[in-house]
Design a protein around this ligand. Sequence first.
Ligand code: ADP
Ligand code: ZN
Ligand code: ZN
Length: 735
Amino acid sequence: MPIVRVALDVPLSTLFDYVASEKTQLEIGQRVVVPFGRKQVLGVAMAWAESSDLAAERIKPVTQVLDDVPPLPQELLTLLQFCSDYYHYPLGMTVLSALPTRLRAVEPIAVKQSLDYTLSEAGRALDVATLPKRRVVQQRILQALRQAPLSGAQLRSLSPSAPAALKAMIEAGWIELVDRKSNPLPQAGERTNEKRNLLLGAHTLTVEQQQAVDAVSQQKGYGCFLLHGITGSGKTEIYVHLMHEMLQRGGQVLLLVPEINLTPQLENYFRSRFPDVDLVSLHSGLADGERAQNWLKAQSGEARIVLGTRLSVFTPLPNLGLILVDEEHDPSFKQQDGLRYSARDVAIFRANQRGVAIVLGSATPSLESWYNAQSGRYRLLKLTQRAVQPATLPTVRCMDITKLPLHEGLSEPLLTAIEARLQRKEQSLIFINRRGYAPVLMCTSCGWLSECKHCAGKLVLHQKDRSLRCHHCGAQQRVPHACPTCGDADLKPVGIGTQRLEETLQARFPAARILRVDRDSTRNKGAWNAMRKQIHDGEADILIGTQMLAKGHDFPNLTLVGVISPDGALYSADFRASEKLFAQLTQVGGRAGRADKAGEVIVQTAFPNHPLFQALRAHDYEIWAQTLLAERQMAGFPPFVYQALLSAEGKQQGEVNAFLQQARTAAMELKLPVEVYGVVPAAMPKRANHHRAQLLVQSDKRKALGEFLRAWKPVLDELPASRLRWVLDVDPMEF
Ligand code: ADP
Ligand code: ZN
Ligand code: ZN
């Protein structure tokens, strides 16, 4: 009897054997329903097996084969196998987590798009005249299907009682479902007329842009390109041209964008450039049904452009010919729970697997990518000029806050600059990475600080609703009337958050229309979109925002960006903090003066001569990257080493440490060429009453680290840890 190996959503690194009866006609890649324990669960058929370790009588049969959608292609299964191996995450959970929710359910999905109704052999043999006269609707359906297969929607339009008639006819065996003929791809030379107006509003490319487009489109087989272009240099325009090229050649394009960027605006933008092309988006904001449908359109080849966040890297794309990763440095490409994959890295593997080109675009590439471009593994493409006026980048000025008095955190030169914008009816953006009113509340007589009882963090003061909130665990309480320790009533907010900045600026500029954009003010669905429209329509004078405002939006009337208190990142324990800060400031600075007006960036810092600010003033990413690379090489940090982080958390600190110590001992005993560090508390040592600690392992060879992890992981799985949670994170981004 044929045995099939099935991937299931269980935390074990094995597949599960089932018997596929002869008549089920199971194909590899199909979803199946199988008994597991007392339940029926969904799985994916991964491979046939000659034999099983289980005794024959213990192997249960597959309950049901779901043939509602085509099987997952082998190429995708291979990709998922790679991810499972590389990230040391159970194969079954890897496979299942790649599926849209609807396809993870044990019921077949109601497919609207890609299946058509057609006459079965019996249906074709049927003589319409033999149907009873009163079955008019059945007769009509029969006649319609004689012409061509039809979708459910088309059949329903024949009559209100079509669904009932259809059901009866399916039960009678006259009608069956078939895969809609996925649009046969246009062959080169066909449909020339259509092609001509495929791409709307194309600019004549600059020399640099044209060189970049040529390099990528002439690539034969796999090639990874790093497109380093300053803000406004026309990277998006390059994507559009490359997409156009690939569509003409009959291929599909996958464009990955950071989480926050996938707004309706972006989708609409690409739709407007390719009005005749089937484009779908895939991100976590879609309803389950829509996501499943878009996914299926991609799988059938019908969707030619797939625009998505990190999860879309696992979309089956039979004609995939090009992958684009925009803002490749963005941390949101790394998944922070479950399968902790980097969508950028998986995309590179996928391009390699398929033998196609991939383009990583950024104004501030990740050091990993930059290093790979320097060493020749990636090909570097540069855009050094802005594509539109003003051709110049904004001027960057640093205000030394050790020498200037601050009014509620704002220096006089910044206030003056804002005032000038107000008079000229231009917009200013004040960038601060702290939401709330003030980072902490303090008692002036005894020094008490508002701390979270459950975390190793401070409670942030939110003035609007007079609450103290923990941004780590969500705990919330009312602001006390007096100090809980000494009873003094003089409690003072310390530090500045978005709300306090708003209050200060409003007091200073009473007539100004101020818009605060942070996670609190945009919590309601649609709020952010409404705000963006407000900004575009010139209904706001001063914008106060966290990083939400920094990314990828074009606000033509914005000419000033003020940066408040960026210094924390300069000397942070997180070795990536300054890399991230440079990227953020470059991006936020890139917002200033994109249309016909020159822009200005004012940074308030105690370290105006720090290399980061020097590079920022000179708009010199390369020198900054060089500085950072030298530092990283000396300190032995990525990209010069490869890391894996084992983190554990639990209610008892002793148990957490004991687990990690055992893991460490086991790691040393393997005697493999990796560096095993000591057990240390996590950056946030306590969160939501859980103590957190970690153990770092690294090697200067990716392969050596991989081999070590392969040996270590099974040992970890056996360690007693019933009251703990632990995860192994390969290429961790957060510590
Ligand atoms: P980036 O993605 O690098 O920040 P964009 O692709 O958004 O830059 O381009 C910035 C602006 O320049 C856009 O308004 C775009 O329409 C315009 N642009 C891009 N390329 C050209 C070109 N070759 N000629 C004229 N305008 C261009
Ligand atoms: Zn006190
Ligand atoms: Zn907390």
